[in-house]
Design a protein around this ligand. Structure first.
Ligand code: GAL
Length: 722
């Protein structure tokens, strides 16, 4: 369906409309023409877009079937309020805002959740401590709390005025006030638009409908192919060992985990497994790793997979150096070549080396470092690449292309991977990679986790070292409620048991992570099949912050906790899956405030009622992180195994249920390791808690369809709320 703007000031010229309809690629129009490209997703093409963009770099394929299930909806904005124009090799975009509107997104911000009032320049970079648009995933996508989202599919450094610019023709233009005499004078008067500059002669723009902000995010993720489904082992625990560790030291480390009873599914090798790093050779160091196949096999026999750190810059000592040289850019990084990854031959040379040397012997994945920033050492914007793709476009998409390249490599082996990457962008939702960085602020790491749900990416608040046992356990508690439960001990070699005073608490949280695997695995399946981010902002939770800002400005917080959700940023609590609300404590805290959304919420550990649509004060000793469960919540858990169940290995299920309401849960199952789920080899089982004739609640779990995966052994039920 095409949405034509209402031309209020122009006389409608029929031939102009025909031209708009039939040559949308050439039109430099005021009000763009929108075409519905999937249910609830509209596209417009402004000016002449670049040949290369975010969706081309990621190769994202919309999941049209799942999008169709979300149903159709009306165009979510007044089309006449959207203005687009291309002139002077730049594209200008404007989207309307109303007074009571909040904006989320614009990438992986670390300090703020609400983005209205920001000026940003979206630029892939290592986060530098300010939410200015430079970050690891500066996705040009924003979501309005009114239930729509806008995505600009351009690999350019886009400048965003997110409700800061004031036009003289604005219907809501603020009245000039005299600063000398009027207390209401403001340096930043009211703005009724999001305006953007794309430094290119055109751009594709997409609009995603709701009705809820969560639906907008779902549509966005599904449009990008759906979220990734990690292998089951990817949701276990991972330890990254110190740089320059030898094969023997790595084996010793794995043995120590087993001996002490700590869970471990994969170990990450940091710089040192390669013969040279910064730039990299992409081949094993023969001194530290004399027999890589035997080493990988020994680890596998212990139930441990391996993930290898690398950066993408090719060392003169790499076996691929000469071959790849003609396919690289004009500038080097630490003396290493920068491959033009838009060229299939360049990608093949790199993946050929990874395949031959590492993937074929069983290495399970990579940590792709240094593809984000900083400017001081990455290629500059003046660099030239053989494909003529600009340095700017490569900067915006390098992380995306590295993820795609390696994901495709694993898909070819029919073996799932789950790794780390330091840069991503729009279109990357389906890649099995988690973003991380060196910034290490615990509080800001949680805000990034919240914001990752608006950007279609995953983020881990990784744990490295800590000054005290208290900080260590608090950090461990949050990383275990994140997409990757990881200690990154590359520099100091810290182990989970390094702080004896909290060893018990740390082990307990690592084992709880393992117990929650059936729940988290199902939540990731929902990310993949339905687009719902497994870890997400409270603002995406139905019943949270629904009222408008103006209504709530003067609200009494104890009477209306949602005022808090809109007028104050909620950047320190989040949802983990359908039913769990996580409220982390940080260093020095023993208690905190938690905003509970509408309905009743129960304590995860005791099953007791914690509150109902209110702001509560909670305290928690080092032995636990506050976690709350929605009324009717069903949490499928398994015993605290030290490794994720392997393909075909049965495991028992302990189903906890909370509250007084009937509830249900969709439990996902497949082999946990291959891509066969893409061919339909998976099963969903319905878990339900419903009341019998006497009003007594009882649980049931549906059978698996014959011939479908079934890894569940004995099922026991645990009614948590008496
Ligand atoms: C950093 C990275 C760290 C670690 C280190 C190794 O760039 O963020 O996680 O891998 O390199 O040198």
């Amino acid at each position: 369906m095409c949405i034509l703007p209402k031309y209020s000031t122009n006389i409608i010229n029929f031939s102009f409309i025909i031209a708009l309809l039939f040559s949308p690629f050439r039109v430099s129009s005021q009000n763009p023409v929108w075409t519905e490209v999937a249910p609830g997703v509209w596209k417009t093409t402004v000016g002449i877009p670049d040949k290369f963009d975010l969706l081309k770099a990621s190769g994202a394929n919309p999941n049209t079937e799942a999008l169709a299930k979300l149903g159709t909806t009306a165009f979510p904005l007044p089309a006449s309020g959207i203005v687009a124009e291309s002139t002077d090799s730049k594209t200008f975009l404007r989207f309307p805002l109303v007074k009571a509107e909040q904006l989320y997104g614009f990438g992986l911000n670390f300090k703020t959740v609400q983005q209205r009032g920001k000026i940003l320049q979206l630029h892939v970079d290592h986060y530098g401590g300010t939410d200015n648009g430079r970050d690891h995933a500066p996705v040009p996508f924003y979501i309005s709390n009114l239930g729509y989202g806008v995505f600009v599919n351009s690999a350019r450094y886009i400048t965003v005025y997110a409700g800061t610019s004031v036009r003289k023709d604005s219907p809501e233009a603020p009245q000039p006030l005299d600063r000398n005499t009027n207390k209401n004078w403001s340096a930043s008067p009211y703005s009724d638009a999001v305006e953007m500059v794309v430094p290119a002669s055109g751009a594709e723009v997409y609009l995603f409908a709701g009705p809820t902000p969560l639906d907008v995010v779902r549509r966005f993720n599904l449009f990008n192919g759906g979220g990734c489904l990690p292998p089951r082992w990817g949701l276990g625990f991972t330890q990254r060992v110190k740089s320059l560790y030898t094969a023997d030291q790595v084996i010793e480390e794995a043995k120590a985990f087993a001996a002490k009873g700590y869970p471990l599914d994969f170990i990450g090798l940091e710089p040192g497994w390669q013969s040279k790093s910064y730039p990299c050779t992409f081949e094993w160091d023969k001194g530290r790793f004399p027999d890589p196949p035997a080493f990988v096999k020994t680890m596998k026999e212990m139930g441990i997979r391996l993930n290898l750190w690398t950066n993408p810059y090719v060392s003169p000592d790499s076996p691929i150096y000469e071959k790849i040289k003609p396919l690289t850019g004009s500038h080097t990084v630490w003396g290493g070549l920068v491959a033009d990854l838009t060229l299939p031959e360049a990608r093949e040379i790199i993946t050929g080396q990874l395949q031959k040397d590492q993937v074929s012997i069983g290495v399970s994945g990579y940590k792709i470092d240094e593809c984000d920033g900083y400017d001081r050492w990455l290629w500059p914007d003046v660099a030239k690449f053989p494909s003529s793709t600009s340095a700017e476009q490569l900067r915006q998409t390098y992380g995306l292309m590295l993820q795609k390249m390696t994901t495709d490599l694993y898909r070819k082996q029919n073996s799932r991977t789950y790794g780390l990457v330091r840069a991503s962008n729009g279109g990357g939702s389906s890649f099995p990679y988690v973003i991380y960085n060196d910034y290490y602020s615990h509080e800001d790491f949680i805000t990034a986790l919240i914001n990752s749900s608006f950007a279609g990416v995953l983020w881990t608040p990784e744990v490295r070292g800590s000054k005290t046992g208290e900080e260590w356990v608090r950090r461990m508690q949050t990383v275990c409620f994140s997409p990757m439960a990881m200690i990154n001990a590359w520099s100091d070699g810290t182990k989970p048991w390094s702080f004896p005073e909290v060893e018990k608490e740390v082990k307990a949280i690592a084992l709880l992570r393992m117990q929650l695997m059936p729940y988290f695995y199902s939540e990731f399946a929902k990310y993949h099949f339905e687009g719902t981010p497994p870890f997400r902002a409270m603002n995406l939770e139905p019943g949270f912050g629904e009222s408008t800002v103006s209504e709530l400005k003067n609200a009494n917080l104890s009477e209306n906790p949602y005022a808090e959700a809109v007028t104050r940023e909620i950047k320190d609590q989040y949802m983990a899956g359908e039913y769990l609300l996580i409220a982390p404590l940080f260093k020095g805290q023993t208690e905190r405030k938690v905003v509970l959304p509408r309905g009743k919420w129960y304590d995860f550990y005791t099953g007791k009622l914690a509150g109902e649509g209110e702001v509560i004060q909670v305290s928690a000793g080092l032995d636990h992180i506050p976690v709350f469960v929605k009324d009717g919540g069903i949490i499928p858990m398994m015993p605290p195994l030290l490794h994720a169940p392997a393909a075909g290995e049965k495991f028992d299920l302990v189903i906890r249920w909370y509250g007084k309401k009937q509830g249900n849960y969709d439990l996902y199952d497949d082999d946990g390791e291959t891509f066969d789920y893409e061919k339909g080899v998976y099963s969903w089982r319905k878990i339900a808690v419903s009341s019998d004739k006497k009003g007594k609640l009882a649980g049931s779990i549906s059978r698996v369809e014959s011939g479908k995966p079934d890894n569940i052994g004995k099922v026991t039920w645990k009614m948590m709320t008496e």
